[in-house]
Design a protein around this ligand. Structure first.
Ligand code: FAD
Length: 445
């Protein structure tokens, strides 16, 4: 590849966030001998996987000046993917029989993922790069460098210049809400602020959304509620179905209207009088600290323009984003994107010219449009993920994604959609587990 971008010599890099993405980035950047400072406003590594019983005061998180609670985990959460495919490529997410406090299951509870990330940070001495309880409040371009302003828990402000900034701030904090007219009198909450089912005891609850969180939360609530009704945009308009495993959980098509008497009318014609609506409707990308003079924008949940979801062509390689694509093998993708960013910043790998990158972005957007894919799905990789990882692998000289990993993800998601009550405990892909463990054994040699 040719490039007019010069590598940044003795590059000092700021990483924003010490969740899985920030940890992966910090490790890869240091592997390329770059000088790294990781900022995180929390007290420990792990990001989203640090469970807290606390929620935001506004149950829909609409108030822009609210105090942010970062984690969106609910108390009962178990992973929605098998552990073998969830881990980083060279640090497998395997059970730890030497430690009784750990959860050995294939789909473990959230605490096990946090413990894994803590193990990862310890193994590679990553915490020494992290400034905890330090929030980045502004990142702006200045004379081709980046000025990073921060504030720590003592209220002390920092103001430093970096050669590059890698944004790893997570994207499960700013809720997306379905429109329910103000005239509907019941309570509303977004899944970001859902922790335990107890407040819904004996209620009639409508859950909007039926993907990972919606499917889990509706079952969690149904264990104590009178009735739970799921409104799903992926079901046909006449669907009305009792879901297996519980006798008070129904699947409907979307909500057609809501009324002042508390009733909710579904497209299938069914009417329920609900106490609460739970929005399991996803999240929006948000970078409140980032000022790129308008170059990078979030438009209909598309962050752009970005070359391969990572580099804004006009600001590359000084600004990059890790972790934007969704419906992917998250940790694996963070690691591969980080390898690419680190090798570009060290000068080992070069980017195409700004014009060429922009041409690629424009062609990508045009392709999505021609396929009828809405803008808000720009970062949904899904079945394109393998091609994406292998393209990155080619750039920076690492191995392509393993077949078992790709298949575990594919079959895992299929099970999640077709057996939402049992997918974590019943599977028929033991041959993939065996292949994964064969590869893990090779890592020890
Ligand atoms: P985060 O983990 O959110 O970390 C971002 C970090 O940035 C945080 O520590 C935060 O404090 C910090 N930060 C943010 N802004 C600032 C700032 N201005 N200054 C300083 N620090 C800042 N993925 C899976 O692979 N398997 C699963 O089973 C799975 N389950 C999920 C369940 C739920 C409910 C959700 C919401 C997501 C789930 N995911 C799952 C996806 C999950 O998002 C990723 O696994 C991953 O943990 C995200 O890592 P991240 O580093 O991008 O973001």
């Amino acid at each position: 590849m040719s490039s007019r971008h010069n590598p940044i010599s003795s590059c000092r890099v700021a990483v924003i966030g010490a969740g899985a993405a920030g940890l992966a980035a910090a490790r890869e950047l240091r592997r390329e001998d770059l000088s790294v400072v990781v900022f995180d406003r929390e007290k420990q590594v792990g990001g989203l996987w640090v469970y807290t019983p606390h929620v935001e005061p506004d149950p829909l998180s609409l108030d822009p000046s609210r105090t942010i609670v970062h984690s969106s985990l609910y108390e009962s959460l178990r992973t929605n993917l098998p552990r073998e495919c969830m881990g980083f490529s060279d640090f497998p997410f395997v059970p730890r029989p030497d430690d009784e406090s750990r959860d050995p299951r294939r789909y473990p509870r959230h605490k096990e993922v946090l413990a894994y990330l803590q193990d990862f940070a310890r193994e590679f001495n990553l915490e020494e790069m992290v400034r905890f309880e330090t929030e980045v409040v502004r990142v702006g371009l200045e004379d081709k460098k980046w000025r990073v302003k921060s504030r720590n828990s003592d209220g002390i402000f920092g103001d430093e210049i970096f050669d590059a900034v890698v944004v790893c701030n997570g994207h499960y904090v700013e809720p997306r809400i379905a429109h329910i007219p103000d005239s509907w009198p019941g309570k509303q909450i977004h899944s970001h602020n859902y922790r335990v089912p107890d407040p819904f005891k004996d209620q009639v609850v409508v859950v909007i959304g039926n993907f990972a969180s919606g499917a889990d939360i509706s079952r969690d609530i149904a264990a104590v509620a009178k009735e739970v009704h799921i409104a799903s945009k992926t079901t046909a308009s006449d669907v009305y179905e009792k879901l297996p495993g519980l006798n008070n959980l129904w699947l409907h098509s979307v909500i057609e209207s809501t009324h002042e008497d508390g009733s909710v009318v579904f497209q299938n014609g069914k009417v329920v009088h609900a106490d609460t609506i739970v929005h399991c409707t996803g999240y929006k990308y948000s970078f409140p600290f980032l000022d790129t003079n308008g170059y990078v924008n979030v438009d209909d949940n598309c962050v752009g323009p970005l070359y391969k979801h990572v580099f804004p062509p006009a600001l590359a390689p000084g600004l990059s984003f890790i972790g934007l694509p969704w419906n992917v093998l998250q940790f694996f993708m963070f690691e591969y994107q980080s390898k690419w960013v680190a090798s570009v910043l060290s000068g080992r790998v070069t980017l195409p010219t700004q014009d060429k990158m922009m041409e690629d972005v424009v062609a990508f957007y045009a392709k999505l449009e021609a396929m009828g894919i809405p803008k808000r799905y720009t970062h949904r990789l899904g079945e394109l993920q393998v091609e994406y990882y292998n393209w990155i692998a080619e750039q920076c000289g690492c191995l392509p994604v393993e077949h078992w990993r790709e298949q575990e993800h594919y079959l895992g998601l299929k099970r999640l959609c077709t057996q939402s009550d049992t997918f974590r405990d019943q599977w028929d892909d033991d041959h993939l587990i065996a292949q994964a463990y064969e590869d893990f054994a090779k890592l020890k040699q």
